[in-house]
Each structure stands twice: as structure tokens, then as C-alpha cells.
Design a protein around this ligand. Structure first.
Ligand SMILES: [Zn+2]
Length: 265
């Protein structure tokens, strides 16, 4: 840890933040039982043996989350219990389930908290987090598939923006099951998942992609047009209208999307 911090201070120097010294950084080990101190912010690391599981950050205003976020799978989409519970190999090996995951984390992981004065600002916090991602290669960073090709990108929780969902051309339903399935243009001019027949309409390419509430029938155009050929990163919507453009401008978060998909017949 010491070496890494020395290197980070060098990074700060290169980034024109010369006032960040080793004495500006406080390192604490342990799972938090109290809130992060006022006027501070932190980057935390979860280690399991030699493996770094997660590196995340807590801005000056995320005090309540500091204690709870990574100990209940219900707290947010991007948290350690969720990642652990979707790691089939570990779940089997360690007998983890949603009832004992908190205890498993407290018993089997070491949490290192790197605490900084909030005056250094969010850019420095982001820099430290990114630096540690590169150095430590956490096993579960963001969504499980984020290390490969993200289907849905979440805006980080520490920002005050809604967690907008973007589409990269692959099936959002299969993505929830950690599968990457392609969507092919069908005879109704919707993109349809080759695997689960979920359908997507793209009323405005580059802007909106809409998950439809009914499945396709595997009747594809002979031309074989795949949705992932062009990645326009459309914002994801769910169907609320029967006709074009199939959706109203209601932003959805990951939970809304999941609920909607679970109700597609
Ligand atoms: Zn699918």
C-alpha cells in the first residue's frame, strides 16, 4: 500500500496537485461502523486474500452509504454483495447466499479506506480511484460484465444525476443474465434478440432505443442487419406507447428496466 501511495503522490505532482502529501492521506483498515467523518472523502478497497475484489469511492456527501452500501445486496446496483452473489464459482465454493453475504464480507474481506480532506476535490478522488483500478485490477468493478463489453453503463452513484441507461446494441435482457446476445432486424423492423426474442425499437438512432413489451417471432429480414454493428449509445427507454415512437420521455434506471423486462411475456 505504501508504495502505491508514493506513486499516487507522484501522479498528483504530474497532474499539478503538488499540495497532496503523504500526510494528507489517512489509511484505515476495517469495515465501517460509523459514518465517514465530515469534510472528508474516501476511496476504499475490498481485498479477499491476494485478490482485490473492488475499489470504489465515497464523495463528501455519501456518508450514509459509507456504512451500508457494500453490505446489503439491496442497496444499489453496483455493490459488492451483488457482484459476489452473481459469481457462480465463489457462491458454490463459499456457500454464499443473500442472507449470509454481509457476514461473509465482514469475515472474509479486508477493507482498506483511504481518506482525504474534501478540499482536494472530486477530481483528485476520481484520480485516486482510477489509479487504483489500474494498479489493483479489481475483480468486480462496476457491473460484472463491465470488464468486457458493457451493455448498460451506469453513471456513478456519487454523481447526482439519474442512473441513465445506455444501449450498446446487445440484448438488455440477456445482459441481466450475463450473456451477450445479438439483435437482428426482423420483418417488423424491430431488432430482435436471437436468443430470447426480446424486441427493441430505435425510433431515433443515436438518441432513443426502446425495449418493447412483446417478443418477436424469429421472422428476420434476409439481409441480416445486426444492431451492434453501429454503437450509437442510445438512451434506453421502455415501451409506454402502442405506436411510434413507442415511449414517452421518462428516464428509467436499472431497477425500472429490470422490472419491465421481467414482465415481458
Ligand atoms: Zn436476449
Amino acid at each position: 500500500m505504501e508504495n502505491i501511495l508514493d506513486d499516487f503522490i507522484e501522479v498528483c505532482r504530474l497532474a499539478n496537485i503538488p499540495n497532496l502529501k503523504k500526510s494528507s492521506i489517512k489509511i484505515e483498515e476495517g469495515h465501517p461502523t460509523i459514518r465517514l467523518k465530515k469534510y472528508t472523502m474516501a476511496v476504499y478497497i475490498f481485498n479477499h486474500g491476494d485478490t482485490c475484489l473492488k475499489v470504489g469511492k465515497a464523495g463528501p456527501n455519501s456518508n450514509a452509504r459509507w456504512v451500508r452500501r457494500h453490505y446489503s445486496h439491496k442497496m444499489s446496483n453496483n455493490n459488492l454483495p451483488k457482484s459476489l452473489l452473481s459469481d457462480d464459482i465463489l457462491v458454490k465454493k463459499e456457500n454464499i447466499n443473500e442472507f449470509n453475504v454481509k457476514e461473509w464480507i465482514e469475515t472474509n474481506t479486508i477493507r482498506i479506506n483511504i481518506i482525504l480532506d474534501e478540499n482536494f476535490g472530486i477530481f483528485v478522488l476520481n484520480l485516486l480511484e482510477s489509479f487504483l483500478h489500474c494498479r489493483l485490477h479489481p475483480k468486480y468493478e462496476g457491473l460484472k460484465s463491465q470488464n468486457m463489453t458493457p451493455s448498460i453503463s451506469l453513471v456513478d452513484e456519487s454523481s447526482s444525476m439519474a442512473e441513465s441507461q445506455f444501449w450498446d446494441g446487445y440484448c438488455p435482457e440477456c445482459m441481466l443474465n450475463d450473456k451477450q446476445s445479438r439483435l437482428l432486424l426482423n420483418n417488423y423492423d424491430f431488432f430482435e434478440c436471437e436468443n430470447c426474442s426480446l424486441q427493441m425499437a430505435v425510433p431515433y438512432p443515436g438518441l432513443q432505443a426502446v425495449v418493447l413489451n412483446f417478443r418477436g417471432k424469429h421472422k428476420f429480414h434476409s439481409s441480416k442487419t445486426y444492431a451492434d454493428k453501429v454503437n450509437n449509445s442510445e438512451l434506453l427507454y421502455v415501451q409506454t406507447l402502442d405506436r411510434f415512437p413507442f415511449c414517452e420521455k421518462t428516464q428509467i434506471d436499472a431497477e425500472d428496466l429490470k422490472n419491465f423486462i421481467s414482465q415481458i411475456k
